[in-house]
Design a protein around this ligand. Structure first.
Ligand SMILES: Cc1cc2nc3c(=O)[nH]c(=O)nc-3n(C[C@H](O)[C@H](O)[C@H](O)COP(=O)(O)O)c2cc1C
Length: 251
């Protein structure tokens, strides 16, 4: 990007190219401004340009987020894990009550989690087949790490339970996005063991806590396929509907 400001001829060529591209992004416009600016303005504009580029990357991450169902070693490093949790803790949170906690499960812990699934299955269905039990045991082994997502619900005069669950869900979304930003893969699973008392007890959940998912994490074993997303228009309306007055309650 910066190199295009060194040479006048190349600058013109770049500007010509960017004119042909549509629509112009903020960074393209800033780049054009940089061309004619003096050195102090240039420094200010350059810092704006860097910020715009960062914003564009953030938007790109949001628009290109995809889950990675197939995961392999290595698991997130300690530094990456710290960043995943810092991203989780940026979730919108009415009243700053932090209605979440997380359990990191890896190594032998994944085997133990599989055992917990199998005993939960047996308690719910004593006739479960060997094959069903084997499948339950193997479930957590689909990734080198799982973060158990837990919503910690509390009585609050202004923040009802549903808001707290949404906030914890946003924390999970933060983990998904941060994982992708670092080149990791993640897949949020719930399944039958997410809503299971044996599993909840085995994981040490309290009465007021709710398992909201198992975030499988690792290194994607194949490049992510670009997901096809529906056009927003199918989900978006306007109120009042165009051409209609809102109905007001009679006095
Ligand atoms: C709370 C929650 C629970 C989920 N549970 C499962 C699950 O048990 N199994 C599954 O295949 N997908 C589950 N998903 C969906 C996947 O994580 C994933 O979002 C979906 O396959 C769409 O892929 P994408 O994230 O790349 O759009 C769950 C998502 C959420 C938010």
């Amino acid at each position: 990007m910066l190199r295009s400001f060194g040479c006048k001829a190349k600058r013109r060529a770049d500007q010509g190219r960017s004119r042909r591209r549509a629509p112009q992004t903020g960074s393209h416009l800033l780049a054009s401004s940089l061309a004619g600016a003096n050195s102090s303005c240039r420094a200010i504009l350059f810092s704006c340009l860097t910020r715009v580029e960062t914003m564009n990357q953030a938007l790109q991450l949001l628009l290109e987020r995809t889950s990675s169902p197939r995961l392999q070693q290595p698991a997130p490093s300690a530094e990456q894990l710290e960043l995943l949790f810092r991203a989780a803790l940026c979730a919108p949170d009415h009243g700053q009550i932090r209605p979440w906690r997380f359990l990191v499960v890896e190594g032998q812990g994944l085997v133990e989690l599989g055992e917990l699934y199998a005993s939960a299955l047996l308690q719910n269905n004593p006739a479960a087949s060997t094959e069903q039990l084997r499948r339950a045991q193997a479930m957590p082994l689909r990734a080198p790490m799982i973060i158990v997502l837990i919503a910690c619900l509390q009585e609050h005069p202004k923040v009802p339970e549903f808001e707290q669950i949404i906030a914890a869900g946003c924390a999970g979304h933060g983990i998904l996005l941060a994982a992708q930003a670092m080149g990791l893969g993640a897949f949020w699973r719930s399944g039958e063991f997410c809503n299971n008392a044996v599993v909840a007890n085995g994981l040490g959940l309290q009465e007021n806590e709710k398992l909201i998912g198992f975030m499988y994490l690792g290194t994607p074993s194949q490049p992510a396929k670009p997901a096809s997303r529906p056009a927003p228009a199918a989900f978006v309306g306007h109120w009042p509907p165009p051409g209609l007055e809102p109905t007001r309650p009679q006095a």
